[in-house]
Design a protein around this ligand. Structure first.
Ligand SMILES: Cc1cc2nc3c(=O)[nH]c(=O)nc-3n(C[C@H](O)[C@H](O)[C@H](O)COP(=O)(O)OP(=O)(O)OC[C@H]3O[C@@H](n4cnc5c(N)ncnc54)[C@H](O)[C@@H]3O)c2cc1C
Length: 342
């Protein structure tokens, strides 16, 4: 499958592809267009038909894998089988074996907790390397001295430098950050192929999927993200944060300090060990801007911060930095936003 690119699509609780999944599908199509290979999207779930139909607007081929109630790692194992892995390749003995010949050259996943987990499973099963957290992706023809294959840009050293990497064998797995590629339909509907793959003996089972209460948009998809940190001080501060998010029509996010304190759920944590976001506006309330937090939000188009410390690290990265007590600033901001609506 020379130059072939696959996008592994995640599906939201509405059963449709996430915005990031559409970005991955577009990126797979563009990579395949540049390499002369074939592009496909893979979507797995108990009923993938609706998601597959949407993805078909972005790629010429969609593999709709009906995978009964398996959790992420099990589905990734099934996808690895689809990508050419056979069970005999498991284990350490096979670690140096090359990837199967019919494995796509580029497998794209979202830089999300689920995407990272699946990337690990696919890497082990397919004997491919992983380049994670890409901020940009293109096809390299080999004129830079590296083998033809994907070229992957990553933001490193807290955003102070950008690296471009290539796989030594010209093929591998890439996890892409939200916004690294723009989603754009192909203009020619693709073909959907239904694939029945047994997810044998699941080690974990997803028993239910539900939208989190009070979340208007997923943190990764929201155009406006309102994040709170330790400065919130507890539930009163969190309530204020939610009011601000409501007034702005944004999604609520948190630093690890706010999550560790038990004020906010882990699934809204932004940063090195949480989610990566790239919204139009990121509002940071009572957040110092530690590097482990910044790596998850520094690519936001506009960063606004409210902090009573004029010298917190975020001051160097914010477009607008308001020095003040959040318990004064945020209620005033909410009142002003509400007044503008009436
Ligand atoms: C391996 C590793 C992984 C990590 N992963 C993550 C991650 O994914 N995400 C993440 O966020 N962190 C992560 N961290 C933790 C990170 O290093 C910081 O500790 C954390 O981001 C700090 O969160 P904070 O900004 O909420 O808290 P602090 O750093 O304590 O900052 C609180 C800020 O609130 C301000 N403040 C206090 N009261 C008020 C008030 N009333 N009004 C206005 N401002 C006020 C203070 O001036 C201060 O700047 C990780 C750390 C490690 C070691």
């Amino acid at each position: 499958m020379a130059g072939a690119a696959w996008a592994i699509a995640e599906v939201g609780v509405d059963g449709l592809p996430t915005r990031l999944a559409l970005e991955l599908a577009t990126a797979a199509r563009l990579i395949a267009g540049a390499s002369g290979g074939a592009a496909a999207a893979v979507v797995a779930g108990p009923d993938p038909a609706a998601a597959a139909a949407v993805l078909a607007d972005y790629v010429p081929r969609v593999l709709a894998v009906r995978a009964a109630a398996g959790a992420g790692p099990d589905v990734a194992r099934a996808i690895a089988t689809l990508a050419g892995a056979d069970g005999s390749r498991d284990g350490r003995d096979a670690a140096d074996a090359p990837a199967p010949a019919d494995t796509p050259d580029v497998i794209l996943l979202g830089a999300t907790p689920e995407g990272r987990e699946a990337a690990g499973v696919l890497a082990a099963r397919l004997h491919l390397g992983v380049l994670g957290n890409a901020t940009a992706l293109r096809w390299g023809s080999g004129d830079d001295g590296a083998p033809p294959g994907p070229r992957v840009e990553k933001s490193v050293l807290g955003g102070r430098a950008v690296t471009t990497s290539a796989f030594t064998a010209g093929r591998g797995i890439v996890t892409l950050r939200p916004g690294a590629a723009a989603a754009s339909p192909s203009g020619a509907p693709g073909a959907v192929e239904a694939v029945a793959l047994a997810v044998a003996a699941p080690v974990a089972r997803v028993v239910a999927r539900a939208a989190a209460a009070g979340r208007s948009a997923s943190v990764e998809e929201a155009a406006i993200v309102v994040a709170g940190g330790r400065g919130l001080g507890g539930p009163d501060g969190v309530a204020l944060l939610r009011e601000l998010a409501d007034a702005l029509g944004g999604a609520v996010a948190a630093t690890r300090a706010a999550v560790d304190a038990g004020w906010m759920p882990f699934d809204v944590q932004v940063g090195q060990t949480g989610r990566t976001v790239r919204p139009a506006v990121y509002v940071a309330i009572g957040v110092s801007g530690a590097i482990q937090h910044r790596v998850g939000m520094q690519d936001a188009e506009t960063i606004v911060a409210v902090n009573r410390d004029p010298d917190a690290p975020l001051v160097e990265h914010a477009d607008l930095y308001v020095v003040g007590d959040l318990f004064d600033v945020v209620p005033a901001l909410v009142a002003a936003l509400r007044a503008r609506r009436t």
